[in-house]
Unconditional design. Structure first.
Length: 314
C-alpha cells in the first residue's frame, strides 16, 4: 500500500470510492452526498484539492483531503473502503490522517487545524489527532422524525416576531452569530464564530455554497425585536436529501434566552418541512452544550451518532 498525493489522480480513479461514500453517508446520516461528491470530482480534475490517496494494486481505496482558509487548515473528509479488509482500514485511516496532519502543521502560515468527522464514531480515529496535540470535542448527530406535529410553542413576548429569512438579513445575522457564540464552546471548535468577518464567511458558505446541502430559505427563520428592529435569534436550514432538512445554525442573543425563542424557531422550521412532506430534521450539537442538548431532547430529537471534532492551535 502506498500513500500518494491526491493531485496525481483524476475523478475517474476516485469514482467507485465516492460511490461507496455516497452509500455510507446515506445509510448513517440520511444525507445525499452526491452534490459534495460532484464538487470533490471537479476539484480533483482541476488538480487543486490537496490531500492523499491510499493506493493498492493501482486502485484508490481511501482518501483524505483538506482546504486552506487563510491561516487555518480544515480537514474536509476521510474515507476508506473497508469492504475487503476491515481490520486494515483503521491502519489506512491513521496513515492518511497522519500525512494530512503533518502537511497542515508544517504548512507555512497555518496556525490552526480543524476537523469534524461525521461518519466516524467518536474515538474511532482519535489517535493520530491526539498524538499531534489536538483537542477533542464530542458532538452529537441528532434527528427528529417529522411524522407527527410538535406541541405548539408557548406564545412569545409580543415584541418578538418570527419571520422568514431574507437576503437582507446577512449583516445583522453575522453580528447575532458573533454575539451568540462569545465564550461558547462552539467558538473553540469553529473560530469563524469569533469575529464578524468569520461569521459572514460562515453564512456565505451555508447560504451560497452547496457543501452542506442546499440552503432552504423557506425553512429558515429569524426572530426580530419589533421595537428595536434588530435580529435576536435565527435558524438556518439546508436540504441534505430530498426529504431531510438539517439545521446548520440556531442561536439566540444571550440576554433573550430561556424565553421560548429557540423553541419557536425550531418549531417554525419543523412545521415548514412537515408541510413539504419532509420526513426528518437533523442537526449536530456539541455534547458539552448541555442547555442546547436538553432543548433538543425536550423537542423530541434523538441522538443517532456521536462523533468527534478536533482542533489544533500552533
Ligand atoms: C440553544 C439556544 C438557541 C436556545 O434558545 P432559547 O431561546 O434560550 O431556547 P428556549 O427559551 O426556547 O428554551 C427552551 C427550553 O430549552 C431548555 N434549555 C434552553 N437553554 C437551556 C439551558 N441553558 N440549560 C438547560 N436547559 C435549557 C429548557 O428546557 C428550556 O426551557 P426553560 O427556558 O423553560 O427552562 C440558545 O441557548 C443559544 O443561542 N445558545 C448559544 C448558541 C447555541 O448553542 N446554539 C445551538 C448550537 S447546536
Amino acid at each position: 500500500m502506498e500513500i500518494l498525493d491526491l493531485r496525481h489522480f483524476s475523478s475517474v480513479d476516485l469514482r467507485s470510492l465516492l460511490d461507496d461514500e455516497i452509500r455510507v453517508w446515506s445509510q448513517l446520516l440520511s444525507w445525499d452526498y452526491s452534490g459534495s461528491a460532484d464538487m470533490i470530482q471537479r476539484y480533483i480534475d482541476a488538480k487543486i484539492l490537496p490531500g492523499y490517496a491510499a493506493i493498492e494494486r493501482g486502485r484508490i481505496f481511501g482518501y483524505s483531503f483538506f482546504v486552506y482558509e487563510g491561516s487555518k487548515g480544515v480537514i474536509g473528509d476521510l474515507f476508506v473502503d473497508n469492504g475487503e479488509k476491515p481490520s486494515n482500514s483503521y491502519q489506512v485511516e491513521c496513515q492518511l490522517l497522519t500525512h494530512v496532519i503533518d502537511t497542515l502543521q508544517q504548512s507555512p502560515g497555518v496556525h490552526r487545524v480543524e476537523a469534524q468527522l461525521l461518519v466516524h464514531e467518536a474515538g474511532a480515529v482519535a489517535r493520530p489527532f491526539l498524538e499531534q496535540g489536538f483537542q477533542r470535542h464530542s458532538r452529537l448527530f441528532m434527528v427528529l422524525p417529522l411524522n407527527h406535529a410538535m406541541k405548539p410553542p408557548k406564545p412569545l413576548d409580543p415584541e418578538i416576531e418570527i419571520r422568514r429569512w431574507t437576503e437582507q438579513d446577512y449583516q445583522s445575522a453575522a453580528s447575532l452569530i458573533t454575539a451568540a457564540y462569545r465564550n461558547h464552546v462552539d467558538a473553540e471548535i469553529n473560530d469563524q464564530y469569533r469575529t464578524l468577518s468569520g461569521s459572514l464567511r460562515f453564512l456565505n458558505n451555508i447560504v451560497r455554497f452547496p457543501g452542506c446541502g442546499t440552503f432552504d430559505a423557506a425553512a429558515s427563520f429569524v426572530a426580530v425585536h419589533k421595537r428595536l428592529r434588530s435580529l435576536v435569534g435565527l435558524i438556518l436550514c439546508s436540504r441534505v436529501r430530498h426529504d431531510v432538512g438539517h439545521v446548520t445554525q440556531v442561536c439566540v442573543l444571550p440576554e433573550l434566552r430561556s424565553h421560548g425563542i429557540g423553541v419557536s424557531l425550531l418549531s417554525a422550521t419543523a412545521a415548514n418541512l412537515r408541510a413539504k412532506n419532509f420526513s426528518v430534521l437533523s442537526l449536530t450539537v456539541t455534547q458539552a452544550n448541555k442547555g442546547a442538548v436538553e432543548l433538543y431532547y425536550h423537542l423530541g430529537f434523538d441522538t443517532k451518532r456521536v462523533f468527534d471534532a478536533f482542533v489544533w492551535e500552533g
